[in-house]
Write a protein that binds this ligand. Sequence first.
Ligand SMILES: NC(=O)c1ccc[n+]([C@@H]2O[C@H](COP(=O)([O-])OP(=O)(O)OC[C@H]3O[C@@H](n4cnc5c(N)ncnc54)[C@H](O)[C@@H]3O)[C@@H](O)[C@H]2O)c1
Length: 322
Amino acid sequence: MNPAPPDPARPRRAIAIIGGGSIGVAFAIVFARAGHEVRLSEPDAGRRAAIGGILAARLGDLDRYGLVDEPIEAVIGRVELADSHARAVAGAAYVQECAPERLDLKTALFAELVRLAPEDAVLASASSAITASAFAAGLPGRERMLVVHPGNPPFLIPVAEVVPAPFTAEASIAFTQELLAGAGLTPVLIRKEVEGFVFNRLQGALLREAYCLVRDGVVSVEDVDRIVRDGLGLRWSVIGPFETVDLNTSGGIASHAVKMGPAYARMGAERGQHDPWTPDLVEKVAGERRAVLPLEQWAERVAWRDRRLMSLVRHRKTEADA
Ligand SMILES: NC(=O)c1ccc[n+]([C@@H]2O[C@H](COP(=O)([O-])OP(=O)(O)OC[C@H]3O[C@@H](n4cnc5c(N)ncnc54)[C@H](O)[C@@H]3O)[C@@H](O)[C@H]2O)c1
């Protein structure tokens, strides 16, 4: 997950970060660790004064875990606290906005950033749920605007959802994906703008059910967390939910849908959700799985999953014993 070490012969282009809260500072670490000069602009004086210490503490921890490839002073030295948005975006190839999640604020900010930034700079918002169509539709330069929604914190959770609006230019999307991958992130292109994108929709589906189960007295809050921590989540750190059921059932996911589909449909209906796994949908999902993993390789992959889990379980045991 560490990005490729910086090559002094090919300096990386400058990055502007707008808003130095938890996500802004974390993005500064991501890009500076990858060798970019970063200029970070934060309007709150108290927060600005704290940023140097936060950077040093986070990078110190990363270093102790072997996740920085050079002295942390070199990484910190690439981060400049800019005294204005204009200073932050001057000469930047990419602007990552990390201001509070408010539509009016983001619209005003992007209207300002597009005036200040170089003409070819891509302007991305870290928004958790507000789409580029919502904040940028009426703005000049909207073809350079999109959402890049990170996991928190992005220097540890590599996945970043790249969510263009219909008006975002292909070149801006491609540039963003390449830039993020070069900084050690895992960009995932989201094909349609939906509220919450995919990360938070998946998280939301689980949370909605968890709230219902607690409300109905089925389970305690701590036991929901235990079931995810020592069950679903442990497996999901190796494989995703589709691959999980694909590997749990001989015959793969198509067979799982036959055996379990009606029960899952009843559970959904109980919550007022009527989205059965129709034969066409199951065929599409199974087709994508079989393209990645032909059934002849299924048993081999199950053994691989178990070895990955053994490695994780050993790691947890070592940490618990330490
Ligand atoms: N925290 C998360 O888990 C998470 C995860 C992914 C995405 N996001 C999104 O990232 C964005 C930032 O979230 P956060 O958690 O870092 O919030 P935060 O409140 O920690 O930080 C926001 C920062 O922006 C500053 N700010 C306020 N007005 C500003 C302006 N006009 N221009 C520039 N900066 C301004 C604030 O002083 C603050 O330091 C939000 O859109 C949020 O939804 C958050």
